[in-house]
Ligand binder design. Structure first.
Ligand SMILES: [Fe+2]
Ligand SMILES: [Fe+2]
Length: 290
């Protein structure tokens, strides 16, 4: 079996379609809609009284399902891609054991997500797949995989599960509430694995630790795309401070994620304005030609 499987070669059947999240986040139509006050202008938090709440919840849950599939693929690859050993290009046996346990958990999460999706009225493949989680799991250094996937992206999963569990509670859906609660408990363990292995493997290698934390910051910022994660009461995804503490995050690390989210929101607005300006320039050029 091939080592280091490229994202293009992931096994998917005809139900799945891929989307580039940067294309979606920099949609130039967003700028005009905002200028003309079209679409949602109030709080973005998903609440049961919103007309688009069922579709929003289904879309978010399908995104979680795709993340579970890729988390399984990523953890499995980390068991296989590296020789077993203490070297920098190797993975210790105990780390592989943790990744094998994670595969078991993620497999269960995939099954839970499929059944929960059916319960919510969603078919597999109804929404597009973004492959960023698996791409972060292709890093050639196992420590960077653990910071990029387990600490950054599964940290994001903690925030999302916690938010969705609260949504299940207030909307009176115990199925949603309990499914999210079960998966949340496992994700705290996965994020803690990332925190523990980061400390263990970089204990005597400050340069490797700095690289790993920098990769985590890059991933955290990219996937706060649009700044949808925050600490405000009406944030679409709320930063789950308590669960992050349990998963080995220090206070200042949680503060940094909140700041990255604000930066990310500003970056997304700049990207949208840039894309809108390019569209306008093309339209003007076409008008001048005709
Ligand atoms: Fe999971
Ligand atoms: Fe996980």
């Amino acid at each position: 079996m091939k080592k280091m499987l490229p994202v293009e070669e992931l096994a998917r059947d005809e139900r799945f379609r891929r989307v580039n999240i940067f294309d979606a986040a920099s949609d130039p139509r967003t700028v005009r809609n905002r200028d003309e006050s079209k679409g949602r202008t109030g709080p973005q938090k998903l609440t049961p009284d919103r007309a688009d709440a069922p579709d929003g919840a289904r879309q978010l849950m399908h995104g979680i399902f795709m993340g579970e599939v890729q988390a399984l693929e990523g953890a499995g690859r980390t068991c296989w891609d590296f020789e077993t050993g203490p070297g920098r290009e190797q993975a210790p046996f105990d780390l592989k054991l943790d990744m094998a346990r994670q595969c078991w958990d993620e497999t269960r999460h995939v099954e839970i997500s499929v059944k929960l999706g059916e319960w919510m009225g969603t078919e597999v493949g109804e929404f597009a797949e973004a492959t960023f989680l698996y791409e972060a799991a292709c890093n050639p250094d196992p420590v960077l995989r653990l910071t990029g996937v387990n600490r950054a992206l599964e940290g994001l999963a903690i925030d999302i599960f916690n938010t969705m569990r609260d949504f299940g509670k207030v909307s009176g859906d115990p199925m949603l509430e309990f499914c999210e609660d079960w998966m949340l408990a496992d994700e705290v363990t996965h994020v803690k694995m990332g925190s523990d292995w980061l400390r263990r493997l970089t204990d005597k290698d400050p340069e490797r630790r700095a690289n790993a934390l920098e990769f985590q910051r890059v991933v955290d910022k990219l996937f706060s795309l649009g700044g949808f994660r925050g600490e405000e009461e009406d944030s679409p995804i709320r930063l789950a401070r308590r669960f992050r503490e349990l998963a080995g995050f220090k206070d200042e690390e949680i503060d940094e994620i909140a700041e990255l989210s604000v930066e990310s929101r500003n970056d997304a607005i700049a990207m949208q304005q840039d894309a809108a300006a390019q569209v306008e320039a093309k339209v003007a050029a076409a008008a001048a030609e005709s």
